[in-house]
Design a protein around this ligand. Structure first.
Ligand SMILES: N[C@@H](CCC(=O)N[C@@H](CS)C(=O)NCC(=O)O)C(=O)O
Length: 219
């Protein structure tokens, strides 16, 4: 039986897992969760995922929340031995990938979520201080990319961290005025990622995100 992925097109972390599955060549059965209707707060869903977020993976009797954890699991379970997307044996590279995943989860995406969740679910317009914190996170990423000067975020090979950083930047960049002019290293990184095969997995999701945010934002 294929693993099930609960989520909705437009959720950046859900898009990251789709990119990962496509790259690994895994078929996932997707299960639509309507966040706008509060389906993620149903008793049944909370039992599966007390964090009440998408994406959520169901693999046999195993449930796993958080896109970063899910991608690590998918590579370990379904990827070929010591897959370069998240290698087991190259300790320094794996630690670098972990760092980038934590940077995404703990800083960049979480600051984006602080804007989009109240906006989408409660129609609360983004406060300027939250925009400023997101902008600071983008500045950190831009500096990291400048200093690393590698093709991908964690070196010269594609890793699962690229799926997270790519969906995060392209989605939550929506809230930053012209970030591509301000952050040249982010711009050239994203331009490179757009040419990668994995990018196609979240093109519809990104459109859905932009449409939803445009509809919710007061001009
Ligand atoms: N760190 C989590 C974040 C997941 C997350 O917050 N997803 C949003 C949609 S983009 C969500 O489900 N929000 C509903 C909620 O927080 O109640 C991940 O990477 O999976």
């Amino acid at each position: 039986m294929s693993p099930k992925l609960y989520g909705v097109a437009g959720s950046p972390p859900y898009g990251a897992v789709l990119m990962c599955a496509q790259t690994l060549g895994i078929k996932l059965e997707t299960v639509y969760v309507n966040l706008l209707e509060g389906e993620h707060l149903n008793e049944d869903y909370i039992r599966k995922n007390p964090q009440h977020t998408v994406p959520l993976l169901e693999d046999d009797d195993f449930y796993l929340a958080d896109s970063h954890a899910i991608m690590g699991y998918l590579v370990s379970k379904y990827g070929k031995e010591n897959n370069t997307l998240y290698p087991k044996d190259d300790i320094k590279r794996r630690a670098t990938i972990d760092y980038c995943l934590h940077l995404d989860c703990g800083i960049i995406a979480s600051r984006g979520l602080l804007i989009s969740k109240p906006l989408v679910l409660n129609n609360i317009q983004p406060p300027q201080n939250n925009i400023d914190l997101l902008d600071e996170a983008f500045a950190i990423l831009d500096k990291l990319l400048e200093l690393k000067n590698t093709k991908y975020i964690a070196g010269d090979e594609l890793s699962i961290a690229d799926f997270s950083i790519t969906t995060t930047v392209t989605s939550w960049g929506f809230f930053l005025h012209d970030y591509e002019s301000k952050y040249a290293h982010i711009k050239s990184y994203i331009d490179r990622m757009k040419k990668e095969d994995f990018y196609s997995a979240n093109v519809d999701g990104l459109k859905a995100f932009n449409n939803l945010m445009t509809a919710k934002l007061k001009s």
